[in-house]
Design a protein. Structure first.
Length: 383
């Protein structure tokens, strides 16, 4: 099965009666896909944990910290929803929303999470509950908050927007989807007047935030293969915006950038896929490919600037640029720091808590890490 080893690190959501137990997917072993051992190298950068705060327990792909100004918001599957001072890690408030399936989304005024029963819960900036609403089905992607709405993506390939003040359903958009979809790091993006979402069918959608009208839609990649498993081509991570360019990357697919100022005209595409997404510094795209090679692509035309293969099969998250480095977390709780210039290994720090599946959050002081154990940690760079 093409790329089947990658599914050790991502879960499948079955939306049809598909039997997986007989294919040996989760029992096969192949030494070619073993995680690379940690490489000896001469550290050239000082990194350290500046602060660490426990906010709850557990971790999952649907949980992503959100930095707004000097406040970081986060949630855990145990039900904790918290706001912390991003400089000191001091807890500003924490509430219990009940068992959660995804979170957190915030614009600094509204903080939203999703419950395991498909509910949406919104809080104000002081942690006071504002409203609860019910989505059409389960939610495994963090809510996107902005433009006066709280938007969620449900497991039946529906995007629903709730009024940020009242919780009333404002609009609903649904697309047909494949039999199987990934459970991995996926996020929607709220920008002025628009909501941007990657979908399990390899497509990007740009939606009018006020009305729910789909303004633009295009394919990052198309499905290939004979089986439902081989045809999975979900857009993963968060869509990337840089000037007029809107870029997406898909699993078992490719990386594609479009010029939205020219009606979504494709600018370039490269056959580089990912299971966790990518980030940009405005000039380059950074991602971990299907074998966990960390790659830097030129944003203008997609040509590769460098790749780092020392972290092969270490189940990496999406690399994030921060200052002069690119930071990326792995399955053992290590955060690795690579040179933005050439990808050279510069430092690493073990933060614990098991696999780092929540996206790293860059700050002016370093990167914020949410561990699988419910810790938020600011890893300082330099100094």
């Amino acid at each position: 099965m093409r790329s089947s080893f990658r599914l050790f690190r991502v879960a499948l959501i079955g939306l049809a009666a598909v039997g997986l137990s007989g294919c040996g997917l989760f029992s096969q072993t192949d030494a070619r896909f073993d995680p690379a051992p940690l490489t000896d190298y001469a550290p050239s950068l000082a990194v350290s944990a500046r602060w660490s705060t426990s906010i709850g327990s557990g971790g999952d792909y649907g949980f992503s910290p959100e930095l707004v100004g000097d406040t970081v918001y986060a949630a855990t599957p145990s039900g904790a929803v918290a706001a912390l001072d991003a400089t000191s890690g001091a807890l500003r408030w924490r509430v219990n929303a009940g068992p959660l399936s995804a979170g957190v989304g915030s614009d600094g005024r509204i903080v939203a999470v999703a419950t395991q029963s498909g509910g949406v819960v919104a809080y104000d900036a002081q942690g006071q509950e504002l409203w609860r609403a019910q989505a059409a089905s389960a939610i495994k992607v963090p809510p996107a908050v902005g433009n006066g709405i709280v938007a969620v993506r449900t497991t039946d390939y529906r995007i629903q927007a709730f009024d940020a003040a009242s919780g009333k359903l404002r609009w609903n958009v649904q697309r047909p989807g494949p039999a199987l979809a990934l459970r991995t790091s996926i996020r929607m993006l709220s920008v002025p007047n628009l909501l941007i979402a990657g979908m399990p069918n390899g497509r990007l959608m740009v939606i009018d935030a006020a009305s729910g009208a789909v303004r633009w839609e295009a394919s990052v990649s198309t499905s290939r293969g004979a089986s439902d498993l081989e045809r999975i081509t979900d857009v993963v991570g968060a869509p990337v915006i840089a000037g007029p360019l809107l870029c997406g990357v898909s699993y078992q697919g490719r990386t594609t950038c479009f010029d939205v100022s020219q009606g979504g005209r494709p600018v370039w595409a490269q056959d580089v896929s990912s299971a966790t997404g990518m980030n940009t510094d405005g000039q380059h795209l950074y991602l971990a490919d299907a074998h966990d090679r960390v790659r830097a692509l030129d944003l203008r035309d997609g040509h590769e600037l460098w790749q780092q293969a020392a972290l092969l099969n270490r189940h990496l998250g999406a690399p994030v640029p921060s200052g002069a480095v690119v930071a990326v977390g792995d399955y053992e709780g290590y955060v690795h720091f690579l040179s933005r210039t050439d990808g050279a290994l510069m430092a690493r720090l073990h933060v614990g808590g098991g696999a780092l599946v929540s996206p790293l959050v860059p700050t002016p002081r370093g990167v914020i890490v949410q561990t699988g154990g419910g810790q938020l940690i600011l890893v300082g760079i330099g100094g």
